[in-house]
Ligand binder design. Structure first.
Ligand code: GLA
Length: 671
């Protein structure tokens, strides 16, 4: 990606939060701002849920509260990340126009009383929202405090897939533009199956709930349409702002576990700076690895450019089955891991913990307990560190390995009818990433079809849906000397969800040097033993190598005797294939072997246990910055020379990193 027309300018690394002053009386605002200054907060997102305050009745605007708070923040030297305020419609709008309410797949509406209760295709909602944006951007567009625009909030978090009649009509329009003819659509969706052939455009709807499984082509296109529809909404708001303000514009992405509805590869080019929200998800096997993955993907979306962590938490969230508090030092480790992986801003949801509303048990920078609390002290400590590492801003993360990630594959994999319900796309990605992460390798996350020439090792986990041209980029790169690992279920269908016939892995088949005849998944929890002593689970396949060498085969299970791990020489490179999901230790050992073969080193050498350590280097013009995050409780020693910025000491040859600590070494650039 080229440098955006409107770069986000900030002095050093931004440190901030969402701030909802509407929830508090103005006398609290002074205390808030004084404490923000104490913590080093210098970027505050406001007006995220402002609509019912700014426009209490249709067409009647009242900016007095927002004028006041922006003025106070400005006087305190705090920059404003200004929300357009449109994320949740006010009651008067949904009462007067109930047709803006979204409809879920069973054909029932969802009502106001929560948030984001609007249909992305609704022209009524859009007109009302754009009128508000016009008023807000007109009033504050050139306000000196406003350094960033925050369009809506987490677009599509709740309302991405709307099935109302307005959405259905918009979907038809999108399909017409894509296919031109109804025959083209019938071919793409395979409607010859189950008597689904369409004769008229008006016969087509969104994939509402059915008695049986739904047409997978229709589901896939509905995902694409829904992502595009919200992007068009984002563009409509951004167009208004661009006319009235010269500040950069973004919206907060949700690159985080379990949220799959928007294809951010197609969105990212519209952002002046990529911004992401991330929350640790304790339902996962390895929440820390997922945090790093999300950070790497956020960086990947901006083509490697620095990005902003717009929200994360100081402690528990309120929306998981069990909402865990953070341990001592975890705020620092989490925040600085994001910075290590390219964030030039770390912000939290939210400033002051709410006393009311459904997020009153969500953590905040200033907790219910007030400033005499461990959370507050850690927030202030973090603010101090962020201040000291300002020079890191603008530097770029170094990576010589990449992982190919695709929202389309995510959607296609989650098809209602698949070989095993236990097979999830993100699980495959996380397992591969966790192995790279445990091995200490820094990874760029790239889109299918992206240029791979900067990398020596590429991992392609479960890339179920792939276009011939995207696969060719990977196989040509291998032929030119790259080392790749492709994992099972990759190359199964094309962009129309049509199976690549002739043996699975389709367009990867020749490069991998094997032919898969049949998938043979196993019950979750059933161990599979491999001939090299490894164990695996979830998946096996019956295949035959053509030119590949078998590195390990299944010793038991439904594919006994068939290859589990293979390596094929392809041109001057190596194409590895993994036909199962190995144990975490075996996956890591495999990655270690490939990294060794490809000549991909970790960012620095660690003495002692390395499992719970992550080390990433950001390279700047005058210096580079080595980030070391020790998630474990045991101290470690890492090879490093330079000035350590957390403690402010010089280190020469090595640095001691106590359990739970973060160290950041400023290394002089090589002459
Ligand atoms: C999202 C939203 C915030 C808040 C947090 C809670 O990120 O953008 O408004 O609801 O979740 O975790």
């Amino acid at each position: 990606m080229t440098r955006p027309a409107r770069p986000f300018e900030h002095d050093g690394i931004a440190f901030g939060c969402d701030y909802n002053p509407e929830q508090w009386a103005p006398d609290v605002w002074d205390e808030d701002i004084a404490l923000m200054q104490q913590a080093g907060v210098d970027l505050v997102a406001i007006n995220i849920f402002g609509w019912s305050h700014l426009e209490p009745r249709e067409g009647e605007f009242d900016f007095s509260g927002l004028d006041d708070i922006i003025g106070r923040l400005h006087a305190a030297g705090i920059r404003v990340n200004l929300g357009t305020g449109t994320s949740s419609p006010p009651a008067w709008l949904t009462r007067a126009h109930p047709e803006v309410l979204p409809m879920v797949e069973d054909g029932t509406r969802r009502y106001p009383g929560g948030r984001q209760a609007w249909c992305p295709s609704s022209p009524v909602f859009r007109a009302a929202a754009l009128r508000l944006v016009e008023a807000v951007a007109g009033r504050y567009g050139e306000h000196p405090a406003v350094s960033l625009w925050h369009v809506s909030n987490e677009l599509g978090c709740h309302n991405a897939l709307c099935h109302c009649d307005v959405s259905a009509a918009a979907f038809r329009g999108w399909l017409r533009a894509k296919y031109g003819t109804i025959d083209g659509l019938n071919r793409a969706w395979g409607t010859a199956f189950w008597s689904q052939t369409y004769r008229e455009w008006d016969e087509i709807g969104t994939p509402r709930a059915t008695l049986s499984s739904r047409n997978p082509g229709q589901m896939l296109d509905f995902h694409r349409f829904s992502s595009d529809e919200l992007l068009s909404y984002y563009r409509a708001e951004a167009d208004v702002i661009r006319r009235l303000s010269s500040a950069p514009i973004t919206t907060n992405f949700m690159v985080t576990a379990h949220i799959e509805n928007l294809d951010y590869w197609s969105w990212a080019g519209d952002m002046d700076v990529v911004a992401n929200d991330h929350y640790l998800d304790h339902r996962l096997d390895d929440p820390n690895a997922e945090l790093s993955f999300a950070a790497d993907l956020s960086r990947g979306l901006g083509g490697g450019a620095p990005w902003i962590l717009m929200e994360h938490s100081t402690g528990a969230v309120n929306w998981q089955p069990l909402n865990k508090a953070k341990s001592a030092g975890e705020i620092l480790r989490n925040s600085l891991t994001h910075v290590a992986r390219g964030a030039d801003g770390v912000c939290f949801f939210q400033w002051r913990a709410s006393l009311q509303g459904s997020e009153k048990f969500h953590s905040a920078m200033l907790p219910h307990a007030g400033t005499d609390s461990a959370v507050w002290r850690e927030v202030v400590a973090l603010g101090g560190i962020v201040d000291r590492i300002g020079e890191v801003a603008g530097s770029r993360v170094e990576a010589s390995a990449a992982l190919v990630f695709s929202w389309e594959s995510w959607w296609a994999t989650q098809n209602e009818s698949r070989p095993s319900k236990a097979l999830g796309y993100l699980d495959q990605v996380h397992a591969a990433y966790a192995a790279l992460h445990a091995q200490g390798l820094t990874v760029d996350i790239v889109a299918p079809g992206a240029d791979l020439s900067a990398y020596r090792l590429v991992v392609v986990p479960g890339l179920h849906l792939v276009r011939a041209a995207e696969a060719a980029v990977i196989t040509d790169w291998i032929a030119a000397g790259g080392t790749a690992l492709v994992t099972f279920y990759s190359g199964t269908v094309d962009e129309e969800d049509r199976v690549w016939a002739g043996g699975y892995t389709g367009p990867f088949r020749d490069a991998l040097g094997l032919r898969i005849e049949e998938f043979a998944p196993v019950e979750p929890g059933t161990p599979l033993h491999l001939s090299d002593g490894g164990t695996a689970h979830l998946w096996s396949e019956r295949s035959h190598v053509t030119t590949a060498r078998v590195e390990a085969s299944f010793s038991d299970g439904p594919s006994e005797g068939h290859p589990a791990v293979t390596r094929n020489t392809w041109g001057s490179g190596a194409a590895w294939y993994l036909a199962t999901l190995p144990s975490a230790a075996d996956y890591r050992a495999l990655i270690a072997r490939l990294a060794d073969e490809a000549g991909v080193p970790p960012a620095a050498r660690v003495c002692g246990a390395t499992d719970a350590v992550e080390i990433v280097r950001r390279r700047g013009v005058d210096a580079s910055f080595l980030f070391i995050v020790n998630h474990g409780s045991a101290p470690i020693v890492v090879e490093a020379t330079g000035r350590e910025l957390v403690c402010g000491t010089e280190v020469s040859g090595h640095v001691d990193v106590p359990g739970g600590a973060v160290r950041i070494i400023r290394e002089e650039a090589a002459a």
